[in-house]
Design a protein around this ligand. Structure first.
Ligand SMILES: NC(=O)c1ccc[n+]([C@@H]2O[C@H](COP(=O)([O-])OP(=O)(O)OC[C@H]3O[C@@H](n4cnc5c(N)ncnc54)[C@H](OP(=O)(O)O)[C@@H]3O)[C@@H](O)[C@H]2O)c1
Length: 190
């Protein structure tokens, strides 16, 4: 589908029961996955913006209410004074918007100006779900663990997504967890 000719991609790490979060934190710490996230969402781009991400208010707060380095963050909240609350007024690396359409429109316009091909949807549950209809590519880290009492989940993939690339199973020594990276692409309409 894409949005204003810009690729929309989602990136998430999900458990075997599709959990992405618990108590507004990630349910695991896998250093290689955090590096994967950074690598995917950041692209060398001279002095220009290196990446554009869209996230819900709780995901922003789960990362310490700080915009991601080198990237521009669009934070969605229904609270009209949220930018003031968080000292984000006038910042050029973080913009508070009040619905997904505004996030996608402004992110796509910025991407166009900055010569970036992709805008990244980085969570959480509602934003992933609402953005699926605009999404071309999904990068999932499948973490081989069941999270019994999670409170945020990744949606089921629509049937028009297919596996494009799949890594081997990897192992994180510190957490003793197995995981693998999978790229899903939306099937072309043609
Ligand atoms: N595993 C992963 O890859 C991954 C990725 C991201 C997040 N997470 C985890 O997921 C959890 C946070 O996600 P979440 O699902 O609870 O929350 P979230 O989607 O990050 O944030 C929800 C909030 O975003 C705002 N929002 C979202 N869509 C909106 C819309 N269309 N219009 C207006 N406001 C909208 C609302 O903020 P207001 O209440 O201010 O109106 C809503 O309460 C944390 O545990 C985090 O660690 C995991």
């Amino acid at each position: 589908m894409s949005y204003a000719h810009t690729e929309v991609a989602q990136i998430a790490a999900i458990s075997s029961n599709r959990c992405i979060g618990k108590d507004n934190e990630l349910p695991w710490h896998i250093s290689a996955d955090l590096q994967h996230f950074k690598k995917m969402t950041t692209k060398a781009n001279g002095d220009a913006i290196q990446g554009i991400v869209i996230m819900g208010r709780k995901t922003f707060e789960s990362m310490g209410s700080k915009p991601l380095p080198k990237r521009v963050s669009f934070i969605i909240s229904s609270q009209l004074d949220y930018a003031e609350q968080k000292g984000l007024v006038g910042k050029n690396n973080a913009h508070v918007v009040h619905n997904l359409d505004d996030a996608l429109t402004q992110a796509a316009s910025l991407a166009h100006g900055a010569h970036l091909d992709t805008i990244w949807v980085i969570g959480g549950e509602r934003v992933f779900s609402d953005a699926l209809m605009y999404t071309d590519r999904i990068e999932l880290t499948h973490v081989d663990i069941e999270i019994p009492a999670g409170d945020a989940f990744y949606p089921e993939l629509p049937s028009d997504f297919e596996t494009s690339v799949e890594s081997e199973q990897m192992h994180d020594e510190k957490s003793d967890l197995d995981f693998r990276f999978v790229t899903y692409m939306k099937k072309s309409d043609k």
